[in-house]
Design a protein around this ligand. Structure first.
Ligand code: PLP
Length: 408
């Protein structure tokens, strides 16, 4: 059944403003169902969590519902879902929690393909523990992160391997399960950054091989919240810094402070939205979410092929990365334009694209592009259209002829 793009777009009220959003990698627009869920939660009596009275029970239910939804999204156990304000904050919590168990001589492996949120928390925790940081390198020509190098990088002192499931800069989807196998053979834990990959296809915690997998709801039509999932038994074995009176239960003990209950309602509604992307799908929500994301993936891939072909047709465009398995995300430059100037010019044409390094700091540093402004990024999401892709490609031809004006 073809992807029903008109029906999908109708779910997003913001799209009527007419912007073409190629910045889903930085955050997606919000479906009406998510807005309604947040608003309904805010409009009902809520209390701090307590079984004593109904408003307090509602807050307990909102937390449980968000955990159940994220569990369905990722193939995790609801008790294994830690909720938090952002992927960065959750990764810092995990890095500090694991880091206090590391000793001088222990090793941590990070990659230069990753968003800094899955690099710096580990580097800083290693520094605090006197542990050594080892770096996995990507191939500058293709943006691939060869899994084979981990055989050399991982050893008996390796405690943790952090790697992305999808680069937010060039889309590369490394073979994380092969990397996890190598890490596990040495007894190391694996933290996978799924922030960029999860919105673009079905994800299954077990098949990634990750011990910890992080995702951010605002990249898949939800509010600005995030989740980190793991086997509940793994969480049981860890003890984060926490307030004395706060719950020591799993997963609550990893969630500092009082959560945003209304936004949690939006997380559950966003998963329901993904589960409805293929209206012909049947089964439980886990099955429907997989079907919905598979349908979106096929649709996004076709649009992305059109985008890549159009970029390749423009001699003024330089594209970075060409990985075999990738999310529908591309970074590029246009001759005669700085990345920031190009993003501003595209913005004037109501085309929304990020520029800079988008926190893929090590990638742009290793490529020698950071000092000169990084690149411009186009990321395709399930509400983009072929017309929008054509608009972008045509604007790039126009701008290639115009070149950047002084003072931009
Ligand atoms: C791949 C990737 N990882 C991590 C993050 C950080 O996510 P958050 O903003 O939830 O901390 C981002 C945000 O852009 C990202 O793209």
């Amino acid at each position: 059944m073809p992807f029903d793009i008109a029906r999908t777009r109708a779910a997003y009220p913001a799209l009527t403003e007419g912007f073409a959003h190629f910045d889903g990698a930085g955050g997606t627009q919000t479906p009406q169902s998510v807005i309604d869920a947040v608003s309904a939660a805010m409009g009902t009596a809520l209390g701090n969590r307590t079984p004593a009275f109904a408003p307090g029970r509602r807050s307990l239910e909102l937390v449980d519902a968000a955990r159940a939804a994220v569990a369905d999204l990722l193939g995790a156990a609801p008790r294994g879902v830690v909720l938090g304000p952002s992927a960065t904050a959750l990764t810092y919590t995990l890095a500090r929690t694991l880091g206090v168990t590391w000793r001088p001589g222990d090793e941590v492996v990070v990659s230069r393909l990753d968003h800094d949120a899955n690099v710096r928390p580990w580097v800083q925790a290693a520094l605090a523990a006197g542990a050594t940081v080892r770096w996995a390198e990507f191939d500058p020509a293709t943006g691939e992160l060869p899994a084979g190098q981990y055989a050399e990088l991982v050893g008996e002192r390796t405690r943790l391997v952090a790697v992305t499931a999808g680069s937010n800069a060039v889309g590369t989807m490394p073979d994380v399960s092969a990397i996890a196998k190598t890490a596990h053979a040495a007894g190391a834990l694996v933290c996978v950054d799924g922030v960029h990959s999860v919105p673009h296809g079905p994800t299954d915690l077990a098949s990634t091989g990750a011990d910890f997998l992080v995702t951010s709801a605002y990249k898949w039509s939800g509010p600005h919240l995030a989740a980190m999932v793991a086997d509940p038994a793994r969480w049981e074995s860890l003890h984060p810094a926490k307030l004395v009176p706060s719950s020591d239960a799993v997963p609550d003990r990893f969630e500092a402070g009082t959560p945003s209950f209304p936004l949690l309602a939006g997380v559950a509604a966003a998963v329901d939205h993904l589960a409805g992307l293929d209206p012909s799908a049947t089964g439980d929500r886990r099955e429907r979410v997989r079907a919905g994301l598979a349908a979106a993936q096929a649709y996004e891939e076709a649009l992305f092929d059109r985008l890549l072909a159009g970029l390749a047709d423009n001699p003024a465009v330089t594209v970075y990365g060409s990985a075999a398995r990738r999310c529908p995300t591309v970074s590029f430059r246009l001759a005669g334009w700085s990345p920031a100037g190009l993003a501003a010019a595209l913005g004037e044409a109501r085309l929304c694209l990020s520029s800079g390094d988008y926190y893929a700091y090590e990638y742009f540093r290793a490529m020698g592009l950071r000092e000169t402004g990084g690149a411009v990024r186009a990321s395709v999401y399930h509400y983009n259209t072929a017309d929008e892709v054509d608009r972008l490609l045509s604007e790039l031809h126009t701008l290639a002829r115009r070149r950047e004006t002084m003072g931009r």
